[in-house]
Design a protein around this ligand. Structure first.
Ligand code: PLP
Length: 652
């Protein structure tokens, strides 16, 4: 397994070794409760005071306060609660307050969610107003000027977590000059990357999270300007001078202190010039690997540690998969929303076209990054580009790229488009073609000199001409009506129906229309199984409880069955991005499974087939498919190579 290259620093960072040491020391030697008045407690308090003083110096807080808490989400709640309680009090006293809670359109979700939550709970019923940003991701100051007279509370950020765009805080301050509105600036992504001199600004609240800069998760800070209204979020023993009760996270504070000491003393983190140089290197490699790439934020307005980009024709999932296969960790948008395949609201707010916001990838690193890491990352980026070119997924395929033929499935959001590819005539028929995949299909066909001969649809009646059967290479393609406007397509070789493309039709609708042994190719992943047959489905109750292998049972099976075949069902570009080594495996991406199934079913010996992929999802589908079709010796590696013991030395 090649070494992991972690380029997701805006989500979180590793912990600085000195911070680990400081945390261990705090737990072992300085474990006192800082509220205790005996010597053990005083020692702990002295450590905590030292860290607080250091934070105050570094952030230039002047007469403002720094309190320790669990992180920025808590800091944001505290700031919002404080501001809203003060507004309610003023209103109850008969004073006029603004009617708007203004927040930047690209804020982290914690901000609008906290505003809505506390506004509702406190019964304030003020209006939440999104402050637009311009095409470069910066707050629209003209819009702020128009809103300022009605603003009660304004929330903006120092730097954006998805794009790295740095806000014009001086410009915002100038617009708010003379306004009674309270102002919170989310400084999470700015710590250690931007010069902050909080005491010399009119910022009332500034939350921070330690884990974005090499401290552990669970420790954060909140800056509160002297005189800014304050309401504790947590009440109890009166710790943190009554600002936040609960015994302090001393190990976290010690670790954060070590990071702050490294920042203050210099020499640990890269200089801004070095970081700019690293970004230039990564950008050059990305441009070389993906010639059509577009960067989604202007470099000159963004932190040098964040690159956000989109590649025409490639989804963020495809890019993430290929990077993950090359052991390069990047993310699509923010970590909190990474699990959801939604377009980025940050890029949407910047007015970028939908294809860019829905296919964006964020590559971010912390200021501890080494030159060697960047150099290796560049090499792997180039490898990923090469892998995608070889798979025909970029417009400029390499000469050695293999020509796809037969049946190919392309998926987006769970919907499948099927391509029928006849290599001798270079003709292609697209079934249930999705508009969002058009660029991808065009690029694939162009790069292998295919012509799109026809588009046909299972639900929209699309079909060329009036005859119910058309010739396609050595095959015939027939359509069969199902009623209620749906049709299925049968791909036939002589009398034999090899494949049936069934769209959204349930199995029950296919009885009598599709031969029992034709391979069914559905139009959505949740309709029918992936590549099955009616006969196989009828026997589907056949037990497959022994299908799942963990790394130990896999090792046993491979030892007792040397003829067993490992089958890698990841896409070709993921396989190509892997660093070679380990046991060889047959490469059959899931999108090509249908092309290989007949061969396996025809083999006399039915040697054990062990499918594997990254996380075990795709391999489970492949093994189930084979078992349903009667291939009893099909297995899969549950948990995928992400969990398999490296000792197994699978090809990854
Ligand atoms: N604000 C910004 C800009 C962030 O990037 C994050 C984390 O991603 C947060 C707030 C929330 O921080 P935490 O999850 O550490 O509380």
């Amino acid at each position: 397994m090649s070494k992991e290259i972690y380029l997701d620093g805006n989500a979180t960072t590793c912990v600085l070794p000195a911070a680990i040491d400081a945390a261990v020391q705090a737990m072992r030697d300085c474990f006192g409760n800082p509220s205790s008045t005996h010597a053990t407690g005083l020692k702990a308090k002295a450590m905590m005071d030292t860290v607080r003083q250091r934070a105050k110096r570094l952030l230039g807080v002047g007469s403002g306060r720094i309190m320790f808490n669990s992180g920025a989400t808590e800091g944001i709640q505290t700031a919002v609660l404080s501001a809203l309680c003060a507004l309610r009090e003023r209103r109850e006293k008969g004073e006029t307050i603004g009617s708007l809670l203004v927040y930047g359109a690209t804020e982290h979700k914690a901000v609008p969610e906290a505003l809505a939550h506390w506004n509702r709970l406190l019964g304030l019923n003020l209006e939440l107003k999104k402050l637009p940003v311009d095409g470069e991701g910066r707050h629209d100051l003209a819009a702020l000027r128009a809103l300022a007279p009605q603003a009660a509370f304004v929330c903006t950020m120092a730097a954006n977590n998805e794009t790295g765009v740095v806000s014009d805080l001086a410009g915002i301050a100038a617009v708010l000059e003379g306004s009674p509105a309270l102002w919170m600036v989310d400084c999470v992504q700015g710590l250690g990357k931007l010069a902050l001199d909080l005491g010399n600004t009119r910022i009332d609240y500034a939350p921070f999270s330690g884990h974005k800069l090499y401290a552990p998760k669970g420790i954060g800070m909140l800056y509160v300007r002297e005189g800014a209204p304050y309401t504790p979020l947590v009440m109890g023993g009166g710790q943190e001078a009554g600002l936040r009760s609960g015994t302090e996270n001393m190990a976290g504070i010690a670790a954060l202190g070590a990071v702050l000491a490294a920042l203050e003393q210099g020499g640990t983190f890269r200089t801004p010039a070095e970081l700019h140089g690293f970004r230039d290197k990564l950008a050059a490699s990305l441009r070389a690997a993906f010639p059509g790439i577009v960067f989604n934020a202007p470099f000159e307005k963004a932190l040098p540690t964040t690159l956000n980009f989109s590649v025409p024709g490639l989804s963020s999932k495809e890019l993430l998969d290929v990077f993950d296969a090359a052991n390069v960790r990047v993310s699509a948008g923010s970590a909190c929303s990474a699990a959801k395949a939604a377009p980025s609201y940050v890029l949407d707010a910047m007015g970028l076209p939908n294809w860019r916001s829905s296919s964006a990838v964020r590559m971010s690193f912390g200021p501890l990054v080494s030159e060697e890491t960047i150099v290796e990352a560049c090499a792997r980026i180039e490898r990923c580009g090469q892998a995608l070119r070889e798979a025909g997924m970029l417009d400029t395929p390499t000469s050695g790229a293999s020509v796809p033929e037969g049946v190919l499935q392309l998926s987006l959001g769970g919907n499948h488009t099927w391509l029928l590819l006849d290599a001798p005539s270079r003709q292609c028929i697209a079934i249930d073609h999705q508009a969002e995949l058009a660029e991808r299909v065009d690029s694939l066909l162009r790069s292998h000199s295919y012509q799109l001969a026809a588009r046909i649809g299972t639900r929209d009646g699309m079909w060329p001409g009036t005859a119910d059967s058309i010739a396609f290479g050595a095959h015939a393609l027939r359509r069969v009506a199902l009623g209620d406007g749906q049709q299925v397509f049968l791909l036939c070789c002589g009398d034999k129906v090899e494949y049936a493309f069934t769209g959204l039709a349930p199995l029950s609708a296919l009885e009598g229309k599709v031969p029992a042994d034709a391979l069914l190719c559905a139009g959505r992943e949740d309709v029918n199984a992936c590549c099955t047959s009616l006969r196989a489905e009828a026997q589907a109750a056949a037990a497959n409880a022994d299908m799942n292998l963990d790394s130990i049972s896999l090792a046993r099976l491979l030892e007792s069955h040397p003829q067993a075949v490992l089958v890698d069902v990841r896409e070709a570009y993921e396989q190509a991005a892997c660093i070679p080594g380990g046991r060889t495996a047959q490469s059959v991406p899931l999108s090509r499974l249908a092309a290989f199934v007949p061969g396996w079913l025809a083999s006399a010996e039915q040697a054990p087939l062990v499918f594997f992929c990254r996380s075990g999802n795709r391999s489970a589908k492949a093994a189930q498919c084979l078992r349903r079709l009667g291939y009893r010796n099909a297995f899969h590696l549950s948990g995928g190579i992400a969990l398999a013991s490296p000792a197994l030395a699978l090809a990854a």
